[in-house]
Design a protein around this ligand. Structure first.
Ligand SMILES: [Cu+2]
Length: 229
């Protein structure tokens, strides 16, 4: 029952938290397993990752949990990679294994220019492998989202999103096209609200882009993520 509650989308975060606590000695390992099981992409992933981060202090004291966390945080292909790195960043440096002492999360706040259909930040510079927490503050009067896309693929993603605008399914998917050029997604943020996205910067240098895919927005509402060592 508790396992099912961990996985299922639509279950409030506090119930998830209770389910985790009922699972016994190593909730950290249980959570890493649960994130791996849903492939790191299900709707529950973000909640599960948030609970995991809240258990950072416990993870630091449990050698088995710390070992598993360390392995995960060094394996980019692991679906729980980003969640593991976030958790490591929340552990005091002196309690971390030597290989992970340098892990930090850099906060970046992106606003909107009201009525202009634009982000107020047009360019971000980052190093390969850096962990970013992107916060979008929507001060506009309409919804916006933020998708990270592969270099040179912004128009492909934008055109695909515009097509979704004509269908009820498009809205249900928050105008996020299901194509490989989309690297990370912050869903629709209501006017006056903020949202955030944890993003591990790709190892390959280049000019990546972030873009709002509410139909009609992408041409104006975008910015560059310049990745260089
Ligand atoms: Cu927008």
């Amino acid at each position: 029952m508790a396992k099912r509650m961990l996985m299922e989308n639509g279950i409030p975060a506090e119930l998830r938290m209770r389910a985790v606590k009922s699972l016994g000695p190593s909730p950290v390992v249980v959570l890493l397993d649960a994130i791996a099981q849903c492939g790191g992409t299900c709707g529950a992933t973000r909640d599960l990752a948030d609970v995991l981060v809240s258990l950072a202090a416990e993870a630091a004291k449990d050698p088995a949990a710390l070992e598993r966390l360390t392995k995960c945080a060094q394996t980019p292909e692991d679906p729980a990679y980003t969640a593991a790195l976030r958790t490591v960043a929340a552990i005091p440096t002196e309690q971390r294994p030597a290989v992970l002492k340098a892990v930090t999360v850099r906060q970046i706040v992106i606003g909107t220019i009201p009525g202009a259909m634009q982000y107020d930040t047009k360019e971000i510079k980052a190093k390969p492998g850096e962990i970013l927490e992107l916060t979008l503050k929507n001060t506009d009067t309409m919804q916006h989202n933020l998708l990270m896309v592969m270099p040179g693929k912004m128009s492909e993603v934008g055109v695909a999103a515009d097509k979704m605008g004509d269908t009820p399914e498009g809205k249900a998917c928050q105008f996020v096209p299901d194509i490989p050029s989309v690297l990370a997604v912050m869903g629709l943020i209501d006017p006056g609200k903020s949202g955030s996205l944890f993003y591990v910067v790709p190892q390959k240098p280049g000019t990546y882009q972030y873009v709002c895919t509410v139909p009609g927005h992408w041409r104006m509402m975008n910015g560059k993520l310049k990745v260089a060592p």
